[in-house]
Design a protein around this ligand. Structure first.
Ligand code: C2E
Ligand code: MG
Ligand code: MG
Ligand code: MG
Length: 297
């Protein structure tokens, strides 16, 4: 085993080194990127499955880069967490997203169609959440934007709740006392026991894309997602299915009583300007199209 380990080490070392060099370059690039001018926030609609109406948007950060193109969060969020840059970056995303949400709500209010004003959902990394100033950062974003606290959702992952820490409960309660809601992102992919769903003030579960992907492929996967949906109903939680890409998934989710979803079937993450247009456009998704235009069929 020792020799095999050694061989493996030798074999992978060059790749590892170029990986590390690449990481170091990305890190340097991040360190030299002023937050206010270097990043971009895109918005993906969260849609009512049966009507295609937009209920809210998720804010998703991007790093437009002169030579690398649009760098996705997968490639830099971990680095930003390690360096601590996620703290100011996350605060900036929160400010941008809440301000943008207020603009979208204003245009919906001025539109006569009777659409609902969208809420905004913002990802919060564990490091950001554990930062002592986080509560103040959220309060500041509420004050600066003037957004109704009930129109703001913070997305946390199960990893934040893994340690059943009194401080985490106190922090979450302080935030929900402001009137904002907390969602568990990528639900089902962490190792946490389910008891936290009772213990923490959580309003929303976002079912991870990996479950949605497998939805039509096996009765077991269907039962799993249906189980999560029913559990949520019982506990009074809202469920959002992530990564819905086809009408079959949409129909299966509707059949199990899931009301909300996000996915390329409805819309990819778009710029603030496009999001403002989408919110005033006809319903999203093909099922909604089919139902809205029966004469054409
Ligand atoms: P997430 O919060 O689970 O966000 C959903 C991800 O799935 C987004 O990727 C979105 O573009 C993608 N997605 C949505 N619908 C579909 C679909 O139908 N098919 C496929 N293949 N993908 C879909 P994105 O924007 O690359 O973000 C990846 C992750 O990075 C996010 O996962 C989130 O954990 C993190 N992230 C993004 N923005 C922020 C941020 O501002 N702060 C922090 N801390 N994390 C962020
Ligand atoms: Mg998310
Ligand atoms: Mg997710
Ligand atoms: Mg994810």
């Amino acid at each position: 085993a020792k020799t095999a380990g050694k061989r493996q080490w030798r074999k992978y070392q060059p790749e590892l080194q170029s990986g590390m060099a690449e990481r170091a370059k990305l890190q340097e690039g991040l360190d030299n990127s002023p937050i206010e001018t270097s990043f971009l926030v895109l918005y993906q609609p969260i849609v009512e499955l049966t009507t295609g109406q937009i209920a809210g948007f998720e804010a998703l950060v991007r790093w437009p880069h002169s030579t690398r193109g649009m760098v996705l969060p997968e490639q830099f969020i971990t680095l930003a967490e390690e360096s601590g840059q996620i703290v100011p970056l996350g605060a900036w995303v929160l400010d941008q997203a809440t301000a943008e949400a207020v603009r979208m709500q204003t245009s919906v209010r001025h539109d006569a169609s009777g659409r609902k004003e969208p809420y905004i959902s913002v990802n919060v990394s564990p490091r950001q959440f554990r930062d002592d100033e986080f509560y103040n950062v959220v309060r500041r974003a509420l004050d600066l934007s003037g957004i109704e606290p009930s129109a703001l959702v913070l997305e946390l992952t199960e990893s934040v709740l893994m340690y059943n820490d009194e401080r985490i409960l106190a922090e979450m309660s302080a935030l929900t006392d402001l009137g904002i809601r907390i969602a568990i992102d990528d639900f089902g992919t962490g190792y946490s026991s389910l008891s936290y769903l009772r213990e923490f003030p959580i309003s929303i579960l976002k079912i991870d894309k990996s479950f949605v992907d497998e939805l039509g492929r096996s009765p077991e996967q269907y039962a799993l997602v249906e189980g999560i949906t029913h559990l949520s109903d019982t506990l009074g939680l809202t469920v959002i299915a992530e990564g819905v890409e086809n009408v079959r998934q949409q129909e299966l989710l509707i059949s199990m009583g899931c009301r909300l979803a996000q996915g390329y079937l409805f819309a990819e993450p778009v710029s603030a300007e496009e999001a403002e247009q989408l919110i005033l456009s006809p319903p999203l998704g093909r099922l909604a199209d089919i139902r809205a235009t029966p004469a054409k069929r």
